[in-house]
Design a protein around this ligand. Structure first.
Ligand code: ATP
Ligand code: MG
Length: 311
């Protein structure tokens, strides 16, 4: 997919940025379209935060071209900030103010008048399920509650482009589901959502597209619905009522396996066909197989094969 400079969304091409000899971003291409959630996925140190800081106008790139909501973060930072919401991985919250004051402060900074500020803050507190904490100091909120407050802070001015760095970290399962629903809802309304995450199972259900980055470069760009299923190397877990018999057949067949644990034993197979063959072999050898399933989703399998951790 290509975006023209005048388009909404995010178009970053050939972005580079280094820090005192560390090439954090060496050539990233990241495009995100309005109405879609795009996942930015990569191992620690891949350059995700650095790229997001460039998109958020907070870091000047050494090279490449960047457009956020049709504007250049380097030459038109104010235009970008007016249209873009940014939720960093770690928040600096003003601990002494209340949650409501905090949101109203940001609403004021974005130029909302007093009446709109109050309405917007109340709606966002509700959205973040922080209504009962509205008038308590931000300092007493739990980590997950702070995370939710920081997230809705990014929505104060109803941005066209939303950048989120690891928004799911620190959230409990219910809050993760709510985050997913909130981001899907924003995308449905036409917002461009770019979200970095390590939690691939979350992204699998959330993202329309994923961009994989590694060592400062874009290494893959996939539509989640079109990810290879059934052909990629991936781990499978097998549990047998007779673990010794299972291991004997695996060893005999030359299938590499991990240490057997209480959940079963893990093997890495080349795809669905190899799994079918192995299961047939185990059944033919009268191994009592109680469970035989892939470990992790197809996004995880694609990610592992891209970052060269598969055999
Ligand atoms: N201000 C800085 N000064 C020096 N090096 C930096 C700076 N910021 C980032 N780096 C380096 O750039 C590389 C990319 O860092 P970045 O934070 O962008 O990775 P990331 O993909 O967000 O990682 P994580 O998943 O751990 O959040 C790392 O090697 C990091 O040490
Ligand atoms: Mg990061």
């Amino acid at each position: 997919m290509t975006l023209r400079p005048g388009d909404a969304g995010i178009a970053a091409t050939g972005v580079r940025r280094s820090f005192a000899g560390v090439d954090a971003v060496r050539g990233m291409d990241v495009h995100a379209a309005p109405g879609e959630v795009t996942g930015l996925v990569g191992p620690n140190g891949a350059g995700k935060t650095t790229l997001l800081l460039v998109l958020a106008t907070l870091l000047v790139p050494d090279g490449g071209s960047v457009r956020v909501a049709g504007h250049d973060p380097v030459t038109e930072p104010r235009a970008v900030r007016a249209r873009m919401g940014w939720s960093p991985d770690v928040f600096g919250l003003y601990e002494g103010v209340t949650a409501r004051e905090y949101l109203e402060f940001y609403a004021a900074a974005y130029g909302l008048d007093a009446a709109r500020r109050r309405r917007r803050a109340a709606a966002l507190l509700d959205q973040a399920r922080l209504g009962e904490f509205a008038d308590r100091p931000v300092g007493v909120l739990s980590r997950g509650q702070k995370q939710r407050l920081g997230l809705v802070r990014a929505l104060v001015h109803e941005p066209a482009v939303l950048l989120l760095d690891e928004p799911a970290s620190g959230l409990d399962p219910r809050s993760r589901v709510e985050l997913r629903e909130l981001l899907r809802e924003l995308a449905r309304a036409g917002t461009t959502v770019l979200v970095s995450s390590h939690v691939l199972s979350d992204l699998e259900e959330l993202a329309d597209r994923v961009v994989f980055v590694d060592a400062g470069r874009t290494v893959g760009d996939h539509r989640v619905a079109a990810l290879p299923r059934g052909t990629a190397w991936r781990p499978w877990r097998i549990r047998s009522l007779d673990p010794a018999a299972l291991l004997a057949v695996l060893d005999q067949a030359g299938v590499d396996h991990g240490e057997p644990g209480s959940g079963g034993v893990d093997v890495v197979l080349a795809g669905d066909e190899e799994a079918v063959d192995l299961l047939a072999m185990l059944v033919a050898a009268r191994v009592p197989v109680a469970a035989f399933q892939p470990v992790g989703g197809s996004l995880e399998a694609a990610f592992l094969s891209l970052t060269d951790q598969a055999p």
